[in-house]
Ligand binder design. Structure first.
Ligand code: ATP
Ligand code: MG
Length: 285
């Protein structure tokens, strides 16, 4: 029941045009799902990220690229409530209350958001999974956080999701450590998506995996993003990953955004010298 509702909620936000029939004709334009204004985070005297602003629209995937140390993870941490920025606003269009500045939310409310409307796929699956709990438990736990209580239905959803991420559902009672790295990453994705989040944060979701495993995971992610109409903020230093998954791209250097635009435009016709270097160095690999 909760899953159905959550999925319907996702679908509604993914397809604002289709949701329009019963809306008033003079309805205000759709609101961004996430509105980020001037987010700044310092580590002592060092810039983590500075004055980052952007809007993310429902159903959109935003890629964030830049060299190591350019502030990608810091920014993602600030957006997802894991780090406290020194300045700025992170306004999320909640299903319950409409747009709220998540930085002003009380900690329990922010945690609730993190378990329901948001999902976070970590580079290292160990950071996103409960290693002592079975695969089914890892997936079911997220469902329970959104109110599911019926054991049989939770288990059935978990089995379904294991299948969707190409893990044999008969392994539902195995622990994550009995899985390969690629399987653990797919399990982390299932755990995150089962509850129908409206916004997914991903930090190098294919990093640390070997190339053939990466390709398969990317393919899977692309299918899920498309089918579920997911909105996502995706951090990576792999331009092939953003080319495949991101509608729009932000390029960071030294904690600041140096270029932003449609992914194909930025990659095919980079304007900033740093982006040109980034693109050309990839071509040389
Ligand atoms: N906990 C911390 N304490 C102090 N400085 C930090 C901390 N975390 C990050 N920094 C600094 O903030 C800057 C941005 O780091 P961040 O981890 O956000 O980069 P990144 O783009 O995610 O890099 P990578 O691609 O290597 O993951 C760097 O100069 C880094 O040294
Ligand atoms: Mg990082």
């Amino acid at each position: 029941m909760a899953l159905t509702e959550a999925l319907e909620e996702t679908a509604r936000h993914a397809a604002p045009d289709d949701a329009a029939p019963d809306a008033a004709p003079d309805q205000a334009p759709a609101t961004p799902l996430l509105r980020v204004k001037g987010v700044t985070k310092m580590y002592g005297g060092r810039i983590g990220c500075a004055a980052v602003s952007f809007d993310l629209w429902p159903g959109e995937v935003l890629g964030i690229v830049g060299e190591s140390g350019s502030g990608k993870s810091t920014l993602l941490g600030c957006l997802s409530g894991q780090l406290r920025p020194d300045a700025g606003e992170v306004i999320f269009d909640t299903s319950a209350q409409g747009p709220v500045d998540t930085l002003k939310l009380a900690e329990p409310q922010r945690r609730l958001l993190a378990r329901t409307d948001w999902a976070f796929v970590h580079q290292n699956p160990r950071d996103g999974l409960r290693m002592g709990v079975s695969a089914g438990g890892n997936v079911g736990e997220r469902l329970m956080a959104t109110g599911a209580r019926h054991y049989g239905r939770i288990r059935a959803s978990a089995e379904d999701w294991l299948g969707r991420v190409e893990i044999d559902p008969t392994r539902i009672d195995d622990r994550p450590r009995q899985f390969s790295g690629g399987m653990q990453q797919r399990l982390q994705i299932a755990r995150n998506l089962v509850s129908g989040p409206r916004l997914v944060f991903m930090d190098e979701p294919t990093g640390g995996l070997d190339v053939s495993v990466q390709a398969r995971l990317l393919d899977l992610l692309r299918g899920l993003v498309r089918d579920m109409g997911l909105s996502a903020v995706l951090v990576t230093h792999d331009l092939a990953v953003v080319r495949l998954l991101a509608d729009r791209l932000m390029v960071m250097k030294g904690g600041r955004v140096v270029e932003a635009g449609l992914t194909d435009q930025v990659l095919d016709d980079p304007q900033h010298a740093y982006t040109q270097l980034l693109v050309s160095s990839v071509l040389q690999v």
